[in-house]
Design a protein around this ligand. Structure first.
Ligand code: SF4
Length: 302
């Protein structure tokens, strides 16, 4: 089938089955363009809980679709490519969390949303890159265990009054954006501001004018007075930033900041997934309940 035919078929199947397509800000451009909603992982999960559709096609990585399933257990959550994982989320297991809790008894575990459902189920409260500081600051404890991203953990420690004991994980995409990249881009575009994601290394965050989650970048771009912005995060977000702000210029801090897992989703896979209603996210009821508690706690603390 030609691309145009695939798109027509996706639209037809979507209507026939009463399905909704959600796409993360890092998805390939053509996936963002056919999606009903584009956003960060939490915005999409909230969306999935609020919409009436019985079928959700979640175009993103595995943990994001799991979060959608946790928040909408009665809906069928499909993923176009079940192998699209997240190395950051997958490097920490539920057993690791149980072991840390045992070793550091009495401390609460804050889990970044970039974790598996099993890890969320073992954690006390979840957070996103947008609300991590608020969540941690609102906890009564002086010391917090933060998993799995060490860069986000450092950022939270810098901006909260808490001592953070962090897991030593990182996102390989954000970790690869260097200070050298920022300096090079600033030399090319001296008038541009630098906006960095909190998963970036400390030296990149220090060189940035603003540290924002992807959702915050999307919200802030139209309000900002600056005309040129260097974006230090996965380059998929540039599509939406450019589309929604045609009068502004956005440059990737590092054009190789590409998450291969996010790019595993193709139009063909979306079509197949809608047609066969497979692969589907299936989670144990007890994991859903426990993970949901940690996610709900997040809402309580912000
Ligand atoms: Fe995981 Fe990083 Fe890819 Fe996001 S960009 S899905 S954190 S590997």
């Amino acid at each position: 089938m030609q691309i145009e035919e695939i798109i027509t078929e996706i639209k037809r199947l979507k209507q026939e089955k009463g399905a909704v397509i959600l796409a993360h800000n890092y998805q390939p451009d053509e996936i963002q363009d056919i999606a009903d909603f584009v956003g960060d992982s939490l915005e999409l999960s909230r969306k999935s809980a609020a919409i009436e559709a019985g079928i959700i096609v979640f175009c993103g990585v595995h943990f994001m679709a799991e979060t959608a399933k946790i928040l909408s257990p009665d809906k069928k959550v499909l993923v176009p490519d079940i192998t699209a994982g997240c190395p950051l989320a997958e490097e920490l297991t539920a057993e690791d969390v149980r072991e840390i809790k045992k070793r550091l008894k009495g401390r609460r575990v804050v889990a970044y949303v970039n974790t598996t459902a099993e890890v969320k189920a073992e954690s006390d409260v979840c957070c996103t890159s947008a609300n991590a500081i608020k969540v941690v600051s609102s906890l009564p404890d002086k010391e917090i265990i933060f998993v799995p991203d060490r860069n986000l953990a450092d950022f939270v420690e810098e901006r909260s009054q808490k001592k953070i004991i962090s897991w030593d994980g990182y996102c390989p995409i954000h970790e690869n954006i260097s200070l050298k990249d920022i300096k090079k881009m600033k030399k090319l575009y001296p008038e541009a501001e630098v906006w960095a994601h909190p998963e970036c290394r400390s030296e990149v965050r220090e060189a940035a004018d603003r540290i924002l989650s992807t959702g915050q970048m999307i919200k802030e771009a139209p309000n900002s007075a600056v005309k040129e912005i260097i974006i230090a995060t996965e380059i998929g977000i540039l599509h939406r930033l450019r589309k929604e702000n045609p009068e502004k210029k956005f440059y990737p801090a590092n054009e190789k900041a590409i998450c291969k897992n996010m790019k595993k989703v193709t139009l063909e896979k979306v079509y197949e997934c809608l047609k066969k209603e497979q692969p589907e996210i299936v989670l144990e009821e007890k994991i859903i309940q426990k993970a949901k508690e940690a996610i709900n706690q997040m809402v309580k603390y912000i």
